[in-house]
Design a binder for this molecule. Structure first.
Ligand SMILES: [Zn+2]
Length: 346
């Protein structure tokens, strides 16, 4: 099969496009003929070794978000997928045996493995995956949009719904609205009938976020002290929830954007991971600060119901052919996109 793979970690020049053996599905596994794979920041770290991300044996195939058609079933893999079915794939393989998996808390699995990092991922024509990781998609959803969904919607759902408990009518500030997880957060928050405010690095991204249903936004490149305008847009007091993946650069203004009882949740630190916290403000205003952590299969199934209903669609920013994965990685590093960068698999 054709694949874009690496033989060692490093810069974009390490990508090799060529032939690798087609995977053979084992017991409980499904073989998927991939049609699209979306990029995540994790791909950049898996390629470069940044943030101390190490990958499985070489040659290694990157890619954590993928969609395609079921090509074959291994023994005992007849769970929810049939041959020919259009599907998307959840990239985290749970061990099914540790004390957390055994007690219905698989988000804490001690021995989970990640496709695209620990084992082969989606920059290839074929992928094998446990049947539990493969979800049918509606006919109305393109493979590119389907590939744009799994990781960021799983994360945003877990953060906004499970952890922050965002409710209809509440207000949420979503930082980095143009990022994959930011745009997924906008879709989910709107589906929940929450009021959405955003920050982003350009006016064009703010405009896109408004098209998706955001009430307003602040360009944090032009206005780094964004908490004043955000509080005003939220009715003067501030927002109920802040959803952040930026980290250090947006931390202080995010905390200042919250009203009494506000909940802050982080799922990323793309600008740095160290921050100061004003504990007085935290206890006087009753603020809660939360970290995302890993996500459960239950949550995946929950948001997939809204995908089936056509409520959540995924946001495709730019599409490249698989052979141009290097250019796609460069675009992600340059951050000049809105939504997800997707590779089309030949
Ligand atoms: Zn486990």
């Amino acid at each position: 099969m054709k694949a874009m793979y690496i033989q060692e970690q490093g810069d974009i020049g390490k990508f090799i496009y060529g032939d690798l053996p087609e995977p053979v599905p084992g017991p409980g596994e499904v073989l998927v003929r991939l049609r699209a794979a979306a990029l995540n920041h994790l791909d950049l770290y898996a390629r470069s070794g940044g943030n101390r991300v190490r990958v499985g044996p070489f040659p290694h195939i990157l890619g954590c978000d993928m969609a395609g058609e079921v090509a074959a079933l291994g023994p005992d893999a007849d769970g929810r997928a049939k041959v020919g079915q259009r599907v998307l794939v959840d990239y985290v393989i749970k061990c099914g045996k540790c004390e957390f998996c055994a007690t219905g808390r698989d988000e804490l699995c001690r021995r989970s493995q990640r496709m695209g990092v620990d084992v082969a991922g989606g920059y290839a024509q074929y992928l094998k995956a446990p049947w539990q990781n493969v979800y049918p998609i509606p006919a109305s959803l393109s493979f590119e949009h389907a590939a744009a969904i799994p990781l960021v919607f799983h994360t945003a759902w877990h953060c906004l719904v499970t952890k922050a408990g965002l409710r209809a009518g509440e207000s949420v500030l979503i930082n980095a609205a143009g990022s994959g997880v930011g745009s997924a957060g906008i879709e989910i928050a709107r589906a929940l009938n929450a009021r959405v405010l955003v920050t982003a690095g350009s006016d064009a991204k703010i405009a896109r976020a408004k098209e998706m249903g955001a009430e307003g936004g602040v360009n944090y490149t032009a206005t780094p002290a964004f908490s004043g305008p955000i509080r005003q847009m939220a009715g003067g007091e501030g927002v109920d929830v802040v959803f952040d993946s930026v980290g250090a650069a947006t931390w202080e203004e995010s905390i200042l954007s919250m009203k009494r009882g506000g909940r802050y949740i982080t799922c990323g630190v793309t600008s740095g991971h160290l921050a100061n916290i004003h504990l007085g403000r935290m206890f006087i205003s009753g603020l809660t600060v939360m970290g995302s952590g890993d996500r459960s299969r239950r949550e995946f199934a929950d948001f997939m119901r809204l995908v089936d209903m056509g409520v959540l669609h995924g946001v495709v920013g730019k599409v490249f052919p698989l052979q141009k994965a290097g250019e796609a990685h460069q675009l992600m590093e340059d951050r000049d996109f809105f939504g997800k960068i997707v590779l089309q698999i030949p």
